[in-house]
Ligand binder design. Sequence first.
Ligand code: SF4
Ligand code: SF4
Ligand code: SF4
Length: 395
Amino acid sequence: MNPTVSTPSRRIIPIRLMPADQQRSLAGRYAWWVKMLAWIFFAWAFLGWLNDAWLYRFGTPLWLNRYTEPVIILLFGIWRIMAEKNAYTRRRLIFLVANVTVLWWLIPWGHPFIEPHAGYLAGLPAFPSLHSPGTLTFFLVLAAVFLFGRRIICGWNCPCVGIREVVGFPFRHTDHVPRSAWAWRLRHLKWFWFALYLGAMWAMTRPANNITSGYLGFFAMMVVLPYFATMLLSPWIGNRGYCRYLCPYGATFGLLNRVGMFRIDYRADLCIQCGKCEKVCDMAIPVWRMGAANQGRVDTTECMGCGRCITECPTGSLAFHDARNLVFPALRQDREHLLQRSDFSRTAVRWRTAGFFLLLAVVLGGAVYYSSQVGTWGELPTRLGAICGLPLITW
Ligand code: SF4
Ligand code: SF4
Ligand code: SF4
């Protein structure tokens, strides 16, 4: 019989638990050939970028350029979505793969256009420039992260989480993810990259000269090379090594995790200290121990909001807390809530998903239209920038 979870404010609802050996969210062990396959596709994505940036072989076709990575994410993503047993993770993967496919591949590759931005950027930003300070989408993303947490990007919308989740899943097991106390301390490494990023923000808002363009070139290498190196090192540092230790953007979003409205609530009265929440966390966060030590708040820069700890907690001890709780104070975004919102047999879930894909189609259609009209609509970025009060608008 399925176990049930009750909270004081909710009725008792049966929760569908998979047998432990089927719960891929529990970061299972995989055969050597699955790991080898994953590693080969990591290397392939790296070769694609290398060819596009430096080697220029074979005319940089889709199978060997910077867009090879999102193609790999789409192909593996379909496989992972079909294999995933955790309903919430499956829904997240559907949205994640769709976002990466449209926003990080189809638009910048097939219909590139430049969005308004403040100051000078070494490579002009295509839309959407989620990581480029000074662009409109960057500011919108910061606001969204403040309200809903780092999961807006690091859980649902970044090629990094895309490839590391759908290709890097064999390296999620504790065999591969360092979880010792010293490995936890190493998370502070990312502040060095964050300092480099602050320098890049400064350079991006200056006029172009040898110093700013030289620094931005250096910064780009300091981001891209570790990005791919950590993929290749996944068997030793886990699938999210880059996000844990080195990503300057993740550090920025993580700061907003702390000062913003996102956190995970922990109920000690329900917890049986089974440790599953920590076992499934790719960021190796000591989830329940942090909650117990901080009066029920798991409030950390590291959490990228995948929700696995919540949906795998057998007693419903954990729950997301974000801006929605301001409007609905009684809302408890626990396991029961997340799984219900991921149940595609429910009409509301189907409508919400259809709405998301409609929105994505509108964005794609808008990009196609805009890129085809750039001659007549070319002043739009400047006008938009003027409306937003950005001082140095170029495009
Ligand atoms: S930590 Fe950085 S690389 Fe990882 S998902 Fe977040 S923004 Fe992307
Ligand atoms: S999974 Fe739930 S019950 Fe188990 S230790 Fe974590 S919070 Fe406690
Ligand atoms: S604490 Fe939970 S939601 Fe946050 S990264 Fe870890 S498993 Fe995901």
